[in-house]
Design a protein around this ligand. Sequence first.
Ligand code: UD1
Length: 419
Amino acid sequence: MGVSMYIVEGGRTLQGEVRVQGSKNSALPILAASLLCRGESVLFNCPRLSDVEASLTILRYIGCTARREGDVLIVDTESVTRSEIPSSLMHKMRSSIIFLGAMIARFDRVRMSFPGGCELGPRPIDLHLSALREMGVEICEDHGELDCRVNDVLHGANIALTIPSVGATENIMIAAATAEGTTIISNAAREPEITDLADYLNACGAKISGAGESTVIIDGVRHLSPASHAIIPDRIVAATLMSAAAVTGSDIRFKSIIPSHLESIIPVFRECGCEIESEGEGIVFRSPYRLTGPKLIRTMPYPGFPTDAQAPMMSVASVANGMTVFVENMFESRYSHVSELCRFGADIRVEGRVAVVDGVRRLLSAHVHARDLRGAAALVVAALCARGTSEVEGIEYLERGYEDLELVLSSLGADIKKL
Ligand code: UD1
């Protein structure tokens, strides 16, 4: 991970049209799932991100090949030579645990290290492991290593998740796609990325129904064949660009977003006074002269307000009129952007999972450090409206999930450079 920073001259109004990149959180599980479809899968709209690169490094280590043509990724998983993932690769990306279900479906024995904690606090994988155990996987956890084997046969199971975990739902769906018999996941995560993964697997010949609902049913099939698939647009990147438009009082047009994926985000921007309307194939986003702070934002599993949009939305609340209360219900420590937003002059107090934002008239430029992906996005949003020249360090976090954000924002008229 290289170290880089953004230099932002705040206060420019944005205008024009923007195409939203493909979703990181769809691309990662789909790349892992491609392991089951021996042969060449073609993934359209696949964003160029360091987390996608980390997944490709894992696939190549296992023996697969991958090449990119623009935003199209061609992954060939026909030949595999290794059934383990070393800790150096597992630690590059915390969501590398998403490879577990695919690996165990392809190999009888798999070794990988724990993904470990991350910037958002401890990231347990107990739900992933207990579900796979119910499906016939014997898992030995030793000194941060996972040694997994299927002694008899990988089989379907009735799995009731205590939390609708996105990653656990995905791992189970992938492992169950070619397991013997039927798997029923209750209290499954309902995120659009789950539906996208099911669409890819079904295109490869899987029999998955109910994705996007609380109960997902997977009838195991003997084998999957490779397929082409277009990854959905990234709803969190869309929310980030909306935040950037809102704080700069801008009107912009979005070309490729799926409004239904933003059903809990759009009403919050409307509460801020923004107008959002469908127009032709896209949507038009218009900002008011002065934003109104939304009263309460509670992060919840989909279709609730996404935890990933909490940080950029806090930058919006920081310059809106009135007080906004945030309640972060998904992760223990997801307020690392708060101290940095305060350097811009934002008025924010945190108490446990609650943050209270008292909107100020304007932010002033600052030198700030990002410590996680979405926090980095929040700092860029704040810098876009802060008076003066700001420096945002830690852009390597941002690049895990945003493709060329500085170019996207410059094309809309922002004054932003990467160093
Ligand atoms: C995914 C997203 C991430 C998003 C998160 C919540 C990807 C690659 N990442 O992460 O951007 O912020 O969903 O929408 O898609 N949990 C357990 N035990 C487990 C698994 C999870 O206790 O075995 C807890 C987690 O600590 C967390 C909650 O469940 O508090 C939700 O996590 P989960 O939905 O699993 O998030 P990820 O899949 O890791």
